[in-house]
Design a protein around this ligand. Structure first.
Ligand code: CA
Length: 531
């Protein structure tokens, strides 16, 4: 009982934000299997035999292919965990996804993949391997926002690491991590950028008189809105600084074809890059299915549901099929590691233009509905088909994993805390086990939750006043005396707390949260003005 009381007191301290700089650095808890290598890397669960097997498989691949593997990352914007057929959606929710399902069936389906709670933080975390609270990129940068410090100062992107190893790194699609000089994809490590800086709603609202009549039909407001002068172009940029406007978004219909253009660019780039000796790293970041969805003319009514969101899911899935086909046609499929995911849970505020999650909450929260996303790893000939795992995978782990695949591990910075974990052996070996023991969840600059194994502890929760609007009519509340503790295996919807009376591990979870907070003492969080 003594442990329980101490744990409760620490919880109260955590909940109240009182864990100050003098707090002792907590030892790893009894529950944790993770081992700390040093003080600036997230502790990981070692699996030596599995790691040796993966290293051998990669060495064999390199000898066979004569190069490091290509890497292709698909990020769908705001896709729900329950949207792909492989994850229980597809036909069942009016939008079949045969291409994503095929990659899942013939690869590794990850059922406990975690994003951050919204767009910018997730993308920043993937590219830097660091929690948004460390880099300061704690929420989306919106039109009219200005940041006080370039968030990329002192950060190293995975694109930079791979480019330094001879990769050609290309980002096609949505960026959303700054559009001023010095913050653009081609300024921070990508050799090339072809896409849009922001979410598609920020482009179409200027023209959408049905949804925003008080803006579009009011000359005075429209004139003021245009003064923000946010970039509204499809941009092509190169690492030498060359930045060209490909075309300006001129209408809803124009934005509707955005993803078709991006698909064409990636397909063409694969054909071009397959002729070269260097491996490539392509991030294909869809504009869809972020609200407001306007499907391409070719996909209007393409889903059984006929709703724009569902048509957009079918469209995105079709383009994934086209791009994978381009790899096959150019002889690169067996040379390419592919990962498919979403950057956060569905945005329920825009319902019915929103995805489906079987979990509680949605985008904007650290309930499972906000941060648990589809994760599919596919590599023909390297990942055994039909693999399934509930091992924990944080999308930040892609940073370290891509570095290992590309032979760039030595480039990972040592002077800052890296939250990502190398999951190469988890993904590549048959029945591979995850190296990740903890997933820490932050809402902006507030620590709110921790998952370990099948347990999840909340020290603060988002509550939606009307049950659906998890962003626009929601509040954050600290939990009271005890944290809210759920067992996700018996209660995946986080509805029935087990508390300390039905769970032996609350004290361990609290200690882990304390140890996590302690990492910020040596490596303080950055503030870039996005409060
Ligand atoms: Ca998003």
């Amino acid at each position: 009982m003594r442990t329980s009381i101490a744990a409760t007191m620490l919880t109260v301290a955590l909940s109240a934000g009182l864990l100050a700089a003098k707090a002792p650095i907590a030892m790893a808890s009894t529950l944790s299997r993770a081992v700390a290598e040093n003080d600036h890397r997230q502790p990981a669960i070692p699996h030596p035999q599995q790691q040796a097997a993966a290293a051998q498989a990669l060495a064999d691949f390199e000898a066979r292919a004569g190069q490091k593997p290509n890497i292709l990352l698909f990020i769908v914007d705001d896709l729900g965990y329950g949207d792909p057929g492989a994850f229980g959606g597809g036909e069942a929710v009016g939008a079949p996804t045969p291409h994503m399902d095929r990659l899942a069936d013939e690869g590794l389906m990850l059922t406990s993949t975690y994003s951050q709670y919204t767009c910018t933080p997730t993308r920043a975390a993937i590219f830097t391997g660091r929690l948004p609270v460390r880099t300061g990129l704690i929420r989306p940068i919106l039109a009219g926002d200005s940041v006080s410090v370039n968030p990329w100062e002192g950060e190293t992107s995975i694109a930079r690491l791979l480019s330094n190893q001879g990769y050609y790194s290309l980002l096609v699609g949505k960026w959303h991590i700054g559009e001023e000089e010095g913050m653009r994809p081609h300024d921070v490590g990508f050799d090339e950028f072809y896409g849009y800086y922001r979410a598609q709603k920020e482009y179409t609202q200027r023209f959408d008189e049905r949804r925003y009549p008080d803006l579009v039909l009011d000359d005075d407001k429209l004139e003021r809105y245009d003064r923000i002068k946010a970039d509204d172009n499809l941009i092509h940029g190169l690492a030498d600084g060359t930045t060209e406007v490909v075309s300006q978004v001129s209408s809803i219909e124009d934005m509707a074809e955005g993803d078709a253009r991006l698909r064409d660019y990636t397909v063409d780039s694969i054909q071009r890059l397959s002729q070269q000796d260097a491996p490539f790293f392509i991030t294909h970041a869809f504009m869809k299915v972020h609200a407001d969805n306007w499907p391409s003319e070719a996909f209007r009514g393409a889903s059984p549901s006929k709703y724009p969101y569902k048509d957009a899911v079918v469209e995105v899935d079709s383009y994934i099929g086209d791009i994978v086909q381009a790899l096959e046609d150019s002889g690169e499929l067996e040379n390419t590691f592919i990962f498919v995911t979403s950057d956060n849970g569905p945005q329920m505020d825009s319902w019915p233009d929103s995805g489906y999650t079987p979990f509680r909450g949605a985008k904007g929260t650290t309930w499972e509905g906000g941060v648990r996303v589809p994760g599919i790893a596919y590599w023909k000939g390297m990942i055994p088909p039909g693999q399934r795992s509930d091992g924990l995978f944080d999308l930040m782990d892609l940073f370290n994993t891509f570095a290992t695949l590309g032979g760039a591990e030595d480039g990972i910075p040592q002077d800052r805390y890296i939250d990502g974990i190398d999951q190469t052996s988890f993904l590549l070996t048959e029945n591979g086990q995850s190296h990740r023991e903890q997933v820490y969840m932050w809402l902006g600059n507030q620590f709110t939750a921790l998952r370990m194994r099948e347990y999840k502890m909340h020290t603060a929760v988002v509550r939606a006043d009307d049950g659906l609007r998890w962003i626009d009519m929601a509040t954050v509340e600290r939990t009271a005396l005890a944290p809210w503790l759920f067992n996700l295996y018996i209660d995946p919807k986080e509805q029935m707390t087990v508390g300390h009376r039905r769970n032996a591990w609350q004290a361990s979870m609290v200690a882990e949260a304390g140890a996590h907070r302690a990492t910020f003492e040596k490596f303080p969080a950055k503030n870039i003005g996005l409060e």
